[in-house]
Ligand binder design. Structure first.
Ligand code: SF4
Length: 699
């Protein structure tokens, strides 16, 4: 293709949640041939990581679907069909199954990859038309513990801080986050801040990650014991009177209960469980509490645990008792996973109703029912099953039909052999995805080809609540359609869907969301935004209320929280050991995580040569001393075995992992999730991907 760029189109990156503003260069034929960071963009100021630099190559990746496909039985060949035929069959199967087995016998699992307007439309279809309560997004595998932690501590979801906090903080503590590889441009922002003004960087991670190598203090914690460390830090702060008592008295519930619980977690006792020596615990607690402002960030090391929500609440406790919420440089900032994981949390209605409304609140059900023009009694009064409970419900026969939208559970869910068997049991499955070759399509009866990034227009929200815009700059291949078109066409095939208005364009959908976002005391208010204004400001942080010129960087700066008495909740939590741990039969911890060149299940990045060539095959990191003990050699293949299954990986010897741990990138099919166990956090239902036991076998 002619590489000469004649036009640049604005977008926000479609991979991670950093939310970099990007421009895609088009040649004279209108084909994407280049990508560059957008200058003067508040998030990335012209920078991109390696995934962003090659993002225009997505438009020529293989494996895209071009026509709807159907078949009677899985394992038969697919036949290309018209959209009418595919949508008619999907609607007819959903109706048949719901009539026979009940409304909730159909389940829907979506993603963090859609545009926010599409999430909103899908929520309207599922909650207002199809009427199943078994509806979730793949954020349950990723950010669910952050959501439930924010809700328990502050009364509502929504990260209270922003990237500007790096420029203001006096201490940063990161939990289970390998920022330089997972969110390289956020790391660049932090590094710039550190170069201008030195402040302590503390990294808590069992592995010596790239981030840990750059830290002033690395705490190599025992997997799954973050709550113990957090309670011990609070213990030291309270014992030594370093807390901000005035802030606690004015803005927090539960101080006495927290104090009583933390009393038990003295550094010596805690050290025996979490593996960090008592003096280091004391040292870190003092640094954090004495800093004029301090912030905590975290990703999957906290969330993907049986104690994920407690870990998040423990981080929030730490920041509340030190007065570090809502101030410049003082915050609890969950670093989100997917490009639009926040959009699904805000608007998809997976966990409730749009705009962070809750099914449990009658006034919220009434408000949305009136706005959409549906009968209020159609809404359930509490949330149904999440993704990790939907698959067991398929096994038990409670769920008979499944609609998968832009996600790949056959690779991403823990205990892959079990997921395969569950999918084989379904009476009907439809997969809606841009990629026909994604592994889950192998179990579908109907495949609906969807447009992907840059083939449609709409917004995404990043980690710091910044709503940013992807302009359409290229056509979807063949007969693929935007997801919002598919949702509204499917709605027409249901009686209830013929009575509800589904706007045709994403800017009209955005206008509808703006109306619904307005309201006294609502933080998630986008009524002051428009697509054009978002592009002009290169992203705007909610809340931005009607009449305001721009967004707001922080939540809770006034010390008022969306709880019944306006105070945040300090939560007293005891540590319970409830996970699989290494033993004589399975002597290694298996840890998993991302690498910079790949994204999720490699549906996209596995096909971009400049990315895939860095790590084309599954591998594991192993400590050289353990390798010697077990007779394992560098770059040779071994079989890993867990109680669930086995996987073959190439050995990479490195000091980055301790002797009793193996690290495997999460991205590969038939690999890490053939081994993982995935016990669930009781609040978020998020799996503990990072904690299971394996052994090595020679091949
Ligand atoms: Fe895209 Fe994330 Fe890389 Fe930015 S850091 S270019 S958002 S993948």
């Amino acid at each position: 293709a002619d590489k000469k760029v004649v036009d640049w189109k604005y977008a926000v990156c479609g991979y991670c949640s950093t939310g970099c503003s990007i421009e895609v260069g088009l040649n004279a034929e209108g084909k994407p041939v280049a990508s560059r960071g957008k200058g003067n963009a508040p998030v990335n100021q012209g920078k991109l990581c390696i995934k962003g630099i090659f993002e225009h190559e997505l438009s020529t990746t293989s494996g895209r679907g071009t026509e709807p496909l159907m078949r009677d039985k899985i394992y038969n060949g697919f036949t290309p069909v018209s959209w009418d035929a595919a949508l008619d069959r999907t609607a007819a199967e959903f109706k048949r199954i719901q009539e026979k087995y009940g409304r909730d016998s159909v389940a829907v699992v979506s993603t963090g990859q859609l545009l926010t307007e599409e999430f909103y439309t899908l929520g309207k279809l599922v909650r207002g038309v199809i009427g199943t309560n078994n509806y979730d997004g793949n954020t349950t595998l990723c950010m669910a513990s952050a959501v439930s932690g924010y809700k328990r501590s502050f009364g509502a979801d929504g990260p209270p801080g922003c990237y500007d906090d790096f420029e203001n903080t006096h201490c940063l503590m990161a939990f289970g986050s390998n920022l330089p590889e997972q969110h390289p441009i956020i790391y660049w922002r932090l590094k710039e801040a550190l170069e201008k003004r030195k402040f302590p960087l503390i990294v808590v991670d069992p592995r010596v990650t790239m981030f840990a190598q750059f830290a002033d203090i690395h705490l190599p914690i025992t997997p799954g014991t973050d709550l113990v460390l957090l309670n011990a830090l609070a213990h030291v702060i309270l014992k030594e009177g370093l807390q901000k008592q005035e802030y606690i008295d004015a803005h927090c519930n539960g101080f006495e209960e927290l104090k009583a619980t933390c009393e038990k977690y003295d550094p010596v006792t805690a050290s025996r469980i979490c593996g960090i020596d008592p003096d280091t615990i004391k040292h870190v607690a003092r640094i954090y509490a004495k800093a004029p402002s301090a912030m905590s960030i975290w990703t999957m090391g906290i969330n993907q645990s049986t104690h994920g929500t407690d870990g998040v609440c423990g981080i929030n406790n730490l920041n509340l008792i030190t007065g570090n919420i809502g101030i410049p440089g003082g915050t609890s900032l969950s670093i989100t996973g997917q490009c639009n994981a926040m959009g699904t949390r805000e608007w998809s209605s997976c966990s409730g109703l749009p705009g962070y409304r809750m099914l449990e609140k009658p006034e919220h059900r009434k408000e949305v029912a009136e706005f959409w023009g549906v009968d209020e009694s159609f809404f359930p009064a509490k949330r149904g099953l999440q993704q990790t409970d939907i698959f067991p419900a398929i096994e038990s026969g409670e769920i008979k039909a499944l609609w998968i939208v832009a996600t790949n559970p056959l690779t991403s869910m823990p205990n892959q052999p079990r997921i395969k068997k569950a999918l084989e049991k379904l009476e009907f499955m439809v997969v809606q995805d841009g990629y026909q070759d994604c592994e889950t399509v192998n179990y579908a009866h109907v495949y609906l080809p969807a447009a992907v990034w840059g083939e449609k227009e709409g917004v995404q929200t990043n980690t710091e609540r910044r709503v940013n815009l992807v302009r359409k700059f290229t056509e979807a291949p063949g007969n693929s359609k935007p997801d919002h078109w598919i949702f509204s066409e499917l709605a027409k095939r249901f009686e209830a869907g013929q009575k509800i208005r589904f706007p045709e364009t994403t800017s009209d959908i955005f206008d509808e969301m703006k109306q619904l976002s307005k309201g006294q005391g609502r933080n998630l208010d986008i009524s002051g935004m428009s697509h054009d204004l978002i592009e002009a400001q290169r992203g705007i942080q909610w809340p931005m209320r009607e009449g305001e010129d721009t967004g707001n960087p922080r939540l809770y700066s006034d010390g008022v929280f969306p709880t019944p008495n306006g105070k945040a909740n300090l939560l007293a939590m005891d540590y319970i050991e409830d996970n699989e741990v290494p033993d004589a039969s399975y002597p290694f911890w298996m840890n998993s995580g991302r690498v910079v060149e790949h994204f999720h299940t490699r549906t996209k990045t596995g096909k971009i040569g400049n990315l895939n060539k860095f790590s084309p095959t599954p591998y594991m990191e192993m400590n050289p001393d353990s390798a010697k003990e077990f007779g394992v050699e560098h770059q040779k293949y071994v079989r890993l075995v867990s109680r669930r299954g086995d996987a073959v990986v190439m050995v990479q010897l490195t000091q980055r992992v301790p002797r009793n741990m193996l690290f495997i990138p999460m991205h590969y099919h038939d690999c890490v999730n053939r081994l993982s166990l995935g016990l669930l956090d009781p609040y978020s239902r998020q799996p503990a991907f990072k904690q299971c036991a394996v052994r090595i076998e020679h091949i």
